[in-house]
Design a protein around this ligand. Sequence first.
Ligand code: NCD
Length: 306
Amino acid sequence: MLKNKSLVSIDDVSNEDLEEIFTLSDRMLGVVESNKNPHLMDSKIMATLFYEPSTRTRLSFESAMHRLGGSVISVSDASSSSVAKGETLADTIRMAEGYSDIIVMRHPLEGAARLAAQFSSKPIINAGDGSGQHPTQTILDLFTMWKEFGKIDGLKIALIGDLKYGRTVHSLILALSRFNVELTVISPPSLSIPEQFFSRIPENVKVRKSEKMEGFVEDADVLYVTRIQKERFADKNEYLSLIGSYSVDLKIVESLKKNAIIMHPLPRIDEIKPEVDFTKYARYFKQASYGIPVRMALISMILGVN
Ligand code: NCD
Protein backbone atom coordinates (compact mmCIF):
# COMPACT_ATOMS: atom_id res chain seq x y z
CA MET A 1 0.00 0.00 0.00
CA LEU A 2 1.50 3.28 -1.12
CA LYS A 3 -1.33 5.54 0.04
CA ASN A 4 -0.03 8.66 1.84
CA LYS A 5 3.46 7.18 2.01
CA SER A 6 6.77 8.59 0.87
CA LEU A 7 8.69 6.75 -1.83
CA VAL A 8 12.33 7.14 -0.90
CA SER A 9 13.85 3.74 -1.64
CA ILE A 10 12.74 0.86 -3.83
CA ASP A 11 12.40 -1.04 -0.53
CA ASP A 12 9.30 1.09 0.09
CA VAL A 13 7.53 -0.78 -2.75
CA SER A 14 6.60 -4.46 -2.34
CA ASN A 15 6.26 -6.92 -5.23
CA GLU A 16 2.51 -6.79 -4.61
CA ASP A 17 2.62 -2.98 -4.99
CA LEU A 18 4.58 -3.45 -8.21
CA GLU A 19 1.86 -5.64 -9.68
CA GLU A 20 -0.74 -3.02 -8.82
CA ILE A 21 1.45 -0.24 -10.27
CA PHE A 22 1.95 -2.17 -13.54
CA THR A 23 -1.78 -2.76 -14.00
CA LEU A 24 -2.61 0.86 -13.23
CA SER A 25 0.24 2.13 -15.45
CA ASP A 26 -1.23 0.13 -18.30
CA ARG A 27 -4.58 1.82 -17.63
CA MET A 28 -2.87 5.22 -17.52
CA LEU A 29 -1.28 4.46 -20.88
CA GLY A 30 -4.85 4.32 -22.21
CA VAL A 31 -5.62 7.67 -20.52
CA VAL A 32 -2.56 9.22 -22.22
CA GLU A 33 -3.53 7.78 -25.60
CA SER A 34 -7.16 8.94 -25.32
CA ASN A 35 -5.92 12.44 -24.42
CA LYS A 36 -8.86 12.91 -22.02
CA ASN A 37 -8.51 14.52 -18.60
CA PRO A 38 -9.61 11.93 -15.97
CA HIS A 39 -9.86 14.73 -13.35
CA LEU A 40 -8.27 12.47 -10.75
CA MET A 41 -6.10 15.24 -9.32
CA ASP A 42 -8.46 18.22 -9.50
CA SER A 43 -7.39 20.71 -6.80
CA LYS A 44 -4.21 18.75 -6.00
CA ILE A 45 -0.81 20.41 -6.26
CA MET A 46 2.56 18.78 -6.79
CA ALA A 47 5.78 20.57 -5.85
CA THR A 48 8.87 19.56 -7.81
CA LEU A 49 12.12 20.55 -6.12
CA PHE A 50 15.06 19.73 -8.35
CA TYR A 51 18.47 20.65 -6.98
CA GLU A 52 20.29 18.71 -9.71
CA PRO A 53 19.89 18.73 -13.50
CA SER A 54 17.01 16.75 -14.96
CA THR A 55 15.13 16.60 -18.22
CA ARG A 56 13.07 13.40 -18.36
CA THR A 57 12.31 12.92 -14.69
CA ARG A 58 11.07 16.43 -13.96
CA LEU A 59 9.21 16.83 -17.24
CA SER A 60 7.54 13.43 -16.95
CA PHE A 61 6.48 13.98 -13.32
CA GLU A 62 5.04 17.38 -14.24
CA SER A 63 3.42 16.07 -17.40
CA ALA A 64 1.95 13.13 -15.45
CA MET A 65 0.42 15.48 -12.86
CA HIS A 66 -1.03 17.75 -15.58
CA ARG A 67 -2.45 14.73 -17.43
CA LEU A 68 -4.23 13.71 -14.24
CA GLY A 69 -5.80 17.17 -14.01
CA GLY A 70 -3.60 18.45 -11.17
CA SER A 71 -1.24 21.41 -11.01
CA VAL A 72 2.46 21.81 -10.44
CA ILE A 73 4.70 24.33 -8.69
CA SER A 74 8.37 23.96 -9.25
CA VAL A 75 11.94 24.87 -8.31
CA SER A 76 14.24 23.69 -11.04
CA ASP A 77 17.31 25.69 -10.17
CA ALA A 78 18.63 25.78 -6.61
CA SER A 79 20.38 29.08 -7.32
CA SER A 80 16.98 30.76 -7.81
CA SER A 81 15.54 29.43 -4.52
CA SER A 82 16.23 30.24 -0.89
CA VAL A 83 18.72 27.36 -0.78
CA ALA A 84 21.08 29.92 -2.33
CA LYS A 85 20.49 32.11 0.75
CA GLY A 86 21.52 29.26 3.04
CA GLU A 87 18.12 27.79 3.91
CA THR A 88 18.35 24.22 5.19
CA LEU A 89 16.58 21.36 3.41
CA ALA A 90 14.44 20.78 6.51
CA ASP A 91 13.13 24.37 6.40
CA THR A 92 12.53 24.25 2.64
CA ILE A 93 10.49 21.08 3.07
CA ARG A 94 8.48 22.57 5.94
CA MET A 95 7.46 25.35 3.56
CA ALA A 96 6.83 23.15 0.52
CA GLU A 97 4.51 20.84 2.46
CA GLY A 98 2.28 23.81 3.20
CA TYR A 99 2.16 24.75 -0.47
CA SER A 100 1.47 21.33 -1.99
CA ASP A 101 -0.02 17.84 -1.56
CA ILE A 102 2.97 15.84 -2.78
CA ILE A 103 6.65 16.72 -3.16
CA VAL A 104 9.00 15.30 -5.78
CA MET A 105 12.62 15.95 -4.96
CA ARG A 106 16.02 15.47 -6.61
CA HIS A 107 19.10 16.33 -4.57
CA PRO A 108 22.87 15.83 -4.99
CA LEU A 109 23.27 14.28 -1.52
CA GLU A 110 22.60 10.61 -0.83
CA GLY A 111 20.00 10.38 1.96
CA ALA A 112 18.47 13.82 1.24
CA ALA A 113 15.06 12.37 0.33
CA ARG A 114 15.03 10.28 3.52
CA LEU A 115 15.77 13.40 5.56
CA ALA A 116 13.05 15.35 3.72
CA ALA A 117 10.52 12.59 4.42
CA GLN A 118 11.30 12.84 8.13
CA PHE A 119 10.40 16.54 8.12
CA SER A 120 7.35 16.34 5.87
CA SER A 121 3.77 15.41 6.67
CA LYS A 122 3.15 15.19 2.90
CA PRO A 123 4.48 12.30 0.79
CA ILE A 124 7.99 12.79 -0.64
CA ILE A 125 9.00 11.06 -3.86
CA ASN A 126 12.74 10.58 -4.32
CA ALA A 127 13.58 11.54 -7.90
CA GLY A 128 17.26 10.75 -7.31
CA ASP A 129 19.47 11.37 -4.27
CA GLY A 130 23.12 11.69 -5.30
CA SER A 131 24.49 8.25 -6.03
CA GLY A 132 21.88 6.68 -3.75
CA GLN A 133 18.65 5.57 -5.40
CA HIS A 134 16.12 6.51 -8.07
CA PRO A 135 13.10 4.30 -7.27
CA THR A 136 10.61 5.69 -9.79
CA GLN A 137 13.10 5.12 -12.62
CA THR A 138 13.40 1.52 -11.44
CA ILE A 139 9.64 1.10 -11.47
CA LEU A 140 9.44 2.34 -15.06
CA ASP A 141 12.42 0.13 -15.96
CA LEU A 142 10.61 -2.90 -14.53
CA PHE A 143 7.38 -1.83 -16.27
CA THR A 144 9.28 -1.75 -19.57
CA MET A 145 10.54 -5.32 -19.02
CA TRP A 146 7.06 -6.44 -17.97
CA LYS A 147 5.53 -4.91 -21.12
CA GLU A 148 8.17 -6.48 -23.35
CA PHE A 149 8.33 -9.96 -21.84
CA GLY A 150 5.10 -10.19 -19.83
CA LYS A 151 7.13 -11.10 -16.73
CA ILE A 152 10.30 -10.33 -14.80
CA ASP A 153 10.93 -13.84 -13.45
CA GLY A 154 13.23 -15.88 -15.65
CA LEU A 155 14.89 -12.91 -17.36
CA LYS A 156 18.65 -12.70 -17.91
CA ILE A 157 19.72 -9.11 -17.37
CA ALA A 158 23.12 -7.56 -18.03
CA LEU A 159 23.77 -4.32 -16.11
CA ILE A 160 26.47 -2.38 -17.90
CA GLY A 161 28.45 0.75 -17.11
CA ASP A 162 28.89 2.92 -14.05
CA LEU A 163 27.52 0.59 -11.41
CA LYS A 164 29.36 2.46 -8.66
CA TYR A 165 27.75 5.90 -8.93
CA GLY A 166 24.67 5.06 -11.02
CA ARG A 167 21.65 5.41 -8.73
CA THR A 168 19.30 3.85 -11.28
CA VAL A 169 21.24 0.58 -11.17
CA HIS A 170 21.36 0.65 -7.37
CA SER A 171 17.57 0.67 -7.08
CA LEU A 172 17.25 -1.75 -9.99
CA ILE A 173 19.58 -4.32 -8.43
CA LEU A 174 17.59 -4.26 -5.18
CA ALA A 175 14.32 -4.68 -7.08
CA LEU A 176 15.54 -7.42 -9.42
CA SER A 177 16.96 -9.31 -6.43
CA ARG A 178 13.37 -9.97 -5.37
CA PHE A 179 12.68 -11.88 -8.59
CA ASN A 180 13.98 -15.10 -10.02
CA VAL A 181 16.46 -13.53 -12.46
CA GLU A 182 20.04 -14.05 -13.62
CA LEU A 183 22.28 -10.99 -13.46
CA THR A 184 25.50 -10.17 -15.25
CA VAL A 185 27.26 -7.06 -13.93
CA ILE A 186 29.66 -5.50 -16.41
CA SER A 187 31.80 -2.48 -15.55
CA PRO A 188 35.35 -1.19 -15.51
CA PRO A 189 36.85 -2.50 -12.21
CA SER A 190 36.84 0.96 -10.60
CA LEU A 191 33.09 1.36 -11.29
CA SER A 192 31.78 -1.88 -9.83
CA ILE A 193 28.70 -2.11 -7.61
CA PRO A 194 29.17 -0.85 -4.03
CA GLU A 195 29.09 -3.62 -1.43
CA GLN A 196 25.99 -2.17 0.28
CA PHE A 197 23.99 -3.07 -2.86
CA PHE A 198 25.91 -6.13 -4.06
CA SER A 199 25.59 -7.82 -0.67
CA ARG A 200 21.79 -7.55 -0.91
CA ILE A 201 21.62 -9.95 -3.88
CA PRO A 202 20.32 -13.24 -2.45
CA GLU A 203 21.87 -16.63 -3.18
CA ASN A 204 19.08 -17.79 -5.48
CA VAL A 205 19.92 -14.98 -7.93
CA LYS A 206 22.79 -16.12 -10.14
CA VAL A 207 25.37 -13.35 -10.65
CA ARG A 208 28.32 -13.14 -13.02
CA LYS A 209 30.85 -10.30 -13.03
CA SER A 210 32.82 -9.12 -16.03
CA GLU A 211 34.85 -6.16 -17.24
CA LYS A 212 33.86 -6.58 -20.87
CA MET A 213 30.67 -7.27 -22.78
CA GLU A 214 32.04 -9.81 -25.28
CA GLY A 215 31.22 -13.30 -24.09
CA PHE A 216 28.81 -12.01 -21.42
CA VAL A 217 25.86 -10.41 -23.24
CA GLU A 218 25.06 -12.98 -25.93
CA ASP A 219 22.50 -14.84 -23.79
CA ALA A 220 20.96 -11.72 -22.19
CA ASP A 221 17.29 -10.77 -22.61
CA VAL A 222 17.97 -7.22 -21.42
CA LEU A 223 21.07 -5.07 -21.72
CA TYR A 224 20.68 -2.21 -19.22
CA VAL A 225 23.32 0.33 -20.17
CA THR A 226 24.27 3.38 -18.09
CA ARG A 227 26.44 6.44 -18.56
CA ILE A 228 29.56 7.20 -16.54
CA GLN A 229 28.30 9.61 -13.87
CA LYS A 230 30.77 12.40 -14.59
CA GLU A 231 29.39 14.71 -11.88
CA ARG A 232 30.23 12.24 -9.07
CA PHE A 233 33.99 12.05 -9.66
CA ALA A 234 36.17 13.94 -7.20
CA ASP A 235 39.10 13.46 -9.60
CA LYS A 236 38.18 14.58 -13.14
CA ASN A 237 41.26 12.78 -14.54
CA GLU A 238 39.83 9.50 -13.32
CA TYR A 239 36.64 10.28 -15.25
CA LEU A 240 38.65 11.19 -18.36
CA SER A 241 40.56 7.91 -18.16
CA LEU A 242 37.27 5.97 -18.21
CA ILE A 243 35.57 7.73 -21.14
CA GLY A 244 34.96 5.30 -23.99
CA SER A 245 35.87 2.25 -21.89
CA TYR A 246 32.66 0.50 -23.01
CA SER A 247 30.25 1.05 -25.84
CA VAL A 248 27.37 -0.86 -27.37
CA ASP A 249 27.96 -0.80 -31.13
CA LEU A 250 26.60 -2.77 -34.08
CA LYS A 251 29.12 -5.55 -33.49
CA ILE A 252 27.76 -6.14 -29.98
CA VAL A 253 24.18 -5.83 -31.26
CA GLU A 254 24.77 -8.50 -33.91
CA SER A 255 25.83 -10.96 -31.20
CA LEU A 256 22.56 -10.60 -29.22
CA LYS A 257 19.63 -13.02 -29.00
CA LYS A 258 16.90 -12.14 -31.46
CA ASN A 259 14.39 -11.03 -28.79
CA ALA A 260 16.87 -9.14 -26.65
CA ILE A 261 16.25 -5.47 -25.83
CA ILE A 262 18.64 -2.64 -25.00
CA MET A 263 17.55 -0.26 -22.25
CA HIS A 264 19.14 2.92 -20.85
CA PRO A 265 17.72 5.38 -18.30
CA LEU A 266 19.17 8.24 -20.44
CA PRO A 267 20.86 10.63 -20.96
CA ARG A 268 23.24 8.66 -23.14
CA ILE A 269 26.70 10.01 -23.90
CA ASP A 270 28.72 7.57 -26.02
CA GLU A 271 27.95 4.23 -24.37
CA ILE A 272 25.38 3.33 -27.04
CA LYS A 273 26.37 4.26 -30.58
CA PRO A 274 23.67 6.26 -32.46
CA GLU A 275 23.44 3.60 -35.19
CA VAL A 276 22.05 1.19 -32.56
CA ASP A 277 18.96 3.45 -32.28
CA PHE A 278 17.73 2.16 -35.63
CA THR A 279 17.97 -1.54 -34.75
CA LYS A 280 15.04 -3.61 -33.45
CA TYR A 281 16.83 -3.98 -30.11
CA ALA A 282 16.70 -0.32 -29.04
CA ARG A 283 14.07 0.28 -26.38
CA TYR A 284 15.44 3.30 -24.49
CA PHE A 285 13.13 5.91 -26.01
CA LYS A 286 10.09 3.71 -25.47
CA GLN A 287 11.31 3.13 -21.90
CA ALA A 288 11.52 6.92 -21.36
CA SER A 289 7.96 7.33 -22.70
CA TYR A 290 6.70 4.95 -20.01
CA GLY A 291 7.81 7.56 -17.45
CA ILE A 292 4.45 9.29 -17.94
CA PRO A 293 1.94 6.44 -17.30
CA VAL A 294 4.08 4.97 -14.52
CA ARG A 295 4.36 8.30 -12.72
CA MET A 296 0.61 8.92 -13.24
CA ALA A 297 -0.02 5.58 -11.55
CA LEU A 298 2.34 6.34 -8.67
CA ILE A 299 0.92 9.80 -8.01
CA SER A 300 -2.64 8.42 -8.03
CA MET A 301 -1.79 5.57 -5.70
CA ILE A 302 0.13 7.77 -3.26
CA LEU A 303 -2.60 10.42 -3.19
CA GLY A 304 -5.17 7.66 -2.89
CA VAL A 305 -7.23 8.61 -5.95
CA ASN A 306 -7.50 5.93 -8.62
C1 NCD B 1 19.31 9.09 -14.51
C2 NCD B 1 19.57 9.80 -13.21
O1 NCD B 1 19.31 11.00 -13.09
O2 NCD B 1 20.03 9.11 -12.31
N1 NCD B 1 18.54 9.85 -15.40
C3 NCD B 1 17.19 9.76 -15.34
O3 NCD B 1 16.58 10.12 -14.35
N2 NCD B 1 16.55 9.20 -16.38
C4 NCD B 1 20.51 8.49 -15.15
C5 NCD B 1 21.69 9.38 -15.41
O4 NCD B 1 21.67 10.59 -15.16
O5 NCD B 1 22.66 8.84 -15.93
